[in-house]
Design a protein around this ligand. Structure first.
Ligand code: GDP
Length: 304
């Protein structure tokens, strides 16, 4: 039900446009397909993914000869779910982390302002509620505010945080956090890093160093590199995904602020283009407003 609330704007936008596109038409023809293409692109699905979806529908039109507009919803739903299942894990229905890694180290990257700290706080809250020991590391040391905000979340969720002063070496904070996590018998360590998108080489060097130093404490850390993207920024989100994936191996995505945008299609486009699973979506500012991304629920709530 939170998901429905969070996607309300996207749904309204999508369906009002879709129903206008098919108004007065009984079959899916070139005009309908043109309109659909525009609707998908303006919902931030992205050009490449949109073309893929349109081609699939064209193929079905060609095969089935006659495709009624009243079937379009159902077909779109099937094709989008199909697309997500090719590229996206998205089967999870609950907050969970693999049990075979302890502590499980999650490194979180993303540009300032996208909701990185909030996502870490919400995730820590969910994992703690599952009885897991969570430790946070404030390795985004570039801005004092980033450290302070993470501290606010650590207090709110009541989990330990490891930090140093502003300007200290992010790798050093990460090292301390992992050591502290091991000593405290933590189940999950969440490291907040790299809020800056300076030039690509710097970003790459910084993230590589943080990883290398972490591995002095836990040989195969980090176990997951989560990139946080602001879903309301459309093409910027695509651009950031491009830059971060070029700088480091990103293994999962969180897409935030879907409640504030009518363009929830960004989730479909990004997971398709980057072949990285969306694990979490942010649907509000509150502590409970983080959802595990489940492709079936997502498609269902979009087409309900
Ligand atoms: P950071 O700089 O990336 O760490 O960003 P913050 O976590 O500080 O978030 C920036 C702003 O976005 C804050 O005002 C958050 O409350 C807000 N925010 C984060 N996630 C969401 C979300 O899913 N929905 C909405 N509406 N706001 C969000």
């Amino acid at each position: 039900q939170t998901l429905d609330k969070g996607l309300e704007k996207s749904k309204t936008n999508f369906f009002s446009k879709l129903s206008k596109a098919v108004a007065g038409k009984s079959k899916v023809d070139d005009d309908v397909l043109d309109d659909l293409e525009e609707i998908l692109i303006t919902s931030d699905v992205g050009v490449k993914t949109t073309i893929k979806i349109i081609e699939r529908i064209e193929n079905r039109v060609a095969k089935e000869k006659y495709l009624g507009t009243d079937e379009l919803n159902q077909i779109l739903r099937e094709e989008i779910a199909g697309l997500l299942s090719e590229t996206n894990v998205g089967e999870a229905t609950d907050f969970d982390i693999p049990k075979d890694k302890k502590p499980y180290v999650l490194m979180v990257v993303g540009v300032n302002g996208v909701g990185k700290t909030t996502t870490i706080g919400k995730l820590a809250y969910q994992l703690k509620n599952k009885g897991l020991n969570v430790v946070l590391g404030a390795a985004d040391t570039f801005r004092a505010a980033a450290i302070d905000q993470l501290q606010v979340w650590a207090d709110r969720v009541d989990v330990p945080i490891v930090k140093q002063e502003m300007g200290s070496d992010p790798a050093s904070v990460a090292f301390d956090t992992l050591q502290s996590g091991v000593n405290q018998n933590a189940d999950v360590i969440i490291i907040d890093t790299a809020g800056r998108l300076h030039n690509k080489i710097n970003l790459m060097n910084e993230l590589t160093k943080v990883k290398r130093v972490m591995q002095k404490v836990i040989g195969d850390a980090p176990h997951d590199v989560l990139l946080v993207l602001d879903g309301s920024t459309g093409q910027n989100a695509f651009e950031q995904a491009k830059q971060f994936t070029a700088a480091t191996e990103v293994t999962s995505l969180a897409v935030t602020k879907l409640d504030g945008t009518a363009k929830g299609g960004v989730v479909i486009g990004i997971s398709d283009q980057f072949k990285i699973p969306v694990k979490y979506i942010g649907v509000g500012e509150g502590i409970e407003d983080l959802q595990v991304f489940n492709k079936y629920e997502f498609v269902d709530s979009f087409f309900k």
